[in-house]
Design a protein around this ligand. Structure first.
Ligand code: CA
Length: 247
């Protein structure tokens, strides 16, 4: 067992991962590698089975194949996000369809990260760990409390965001990106810097992922997301958060 696995065991109950994949050998490969790292693994061979298991007891993280019989992975993703109890459940998409369109679609449906088949088990495990670390960061004392300015209120304890008093359901990574912007107003950041600070160096996502998340945040936060005032594009550099637009 790796040192991290041992450390995880000492800290308390093992994080529970639900692996949703119809191909038994791939499911087995993922299970083997996650269990070796000290995770508790459950399996589902279809979207319907996954949704039923999640309803009974939500896992700490979902590894979700896109190509499933019956309910497709993206629909599972959407349904999990739409449910209050699981709105921020970390989701790692596994896809054989490596085209840009599919990747972007996966993130727009609320997935937090993805790997493309054929993936290396090490990469998958690294991403699972990174997502869990970020998710557990929610409980950090220095981040507790609420932040409020004008139209926007962020509750760091419950991970809820309100715009003009109306609750918005943000995916985990969208929330993290918003938090970063709020904590670093008016400064310009490149996509690469945002990737490093919000996604972490141990993930392997493309800079374009930042654009997708910014677009989603704008849809949630801007008065008119075609004319953003809050998250500004700084041409050929990156993005800047202007909290004055909230007043
Ligand atoms: Ca499949």
């Amino acid at each position: 067992m790796s040192p991290l696995a041992a450390e995880q065991l000492e800290r308390g109950p093992r994080p529970k991962i639900l692996v949703v994949e119809d191909e038994a050998d791939i499911r087995e490969l993922i299970r083997y590698n996650l269990e070796r790292e000290g995770f508790s693994v459950e399996e589902a061979a279809s979207g319907a089975e996954a949704l039923e298991r999640i309803k009974r007891r939500a896992p700490d993280l979902l590894v979700l194949d896109l190509m499933l019989p019956g309910t497709p992975g993206l629909e599972v993703c959407r349904l999990v996000r739409a449910e209050k109890a699981t709105a921020t459940l970390p989701i790692l998409i596994v896809t054989a369809k490596g085209t840009e369109v599919d990747r972007v679609l996966g993130l727009e449906m609320g997935a937090d990260d993805y790997v493309v088949k054929p993936f290396s088990p090490r990469e998958l495990v690294a991403r699972v760990k990174a997502l869990l670390r970020r998710a557990s960061g929610r409980g950090d004392a220095h981040r507790a409390g609420t932040w409020e300015r004008g139209r926007l209120r962020i509750d760091y304890d419950t991970y809820q965001v309100y715009v003009d008093g109306e609750r918005r359901d943000l995916a985990l990574r969208e929330f993290e990106l918003l938090r970063f912007f709020v904590e670093h107003p008016m400064r310009v950041y490149t996509r690469e810097q945002l990737l490093d600070m919000v996604w972490g160096r141990d993930t392997f996502v493309e800079p374009r992922t930042v654009d997708v998340h910014v677009r989603r945040l704008r849809q949630h936060l801007e008065r008119d997301d075609a004319k953003p005032e809050l998250i500004l594009t700084v041409r050929s550099v990156g993005y800047r958060f202007n909290p004055e637009a909230l007043d």
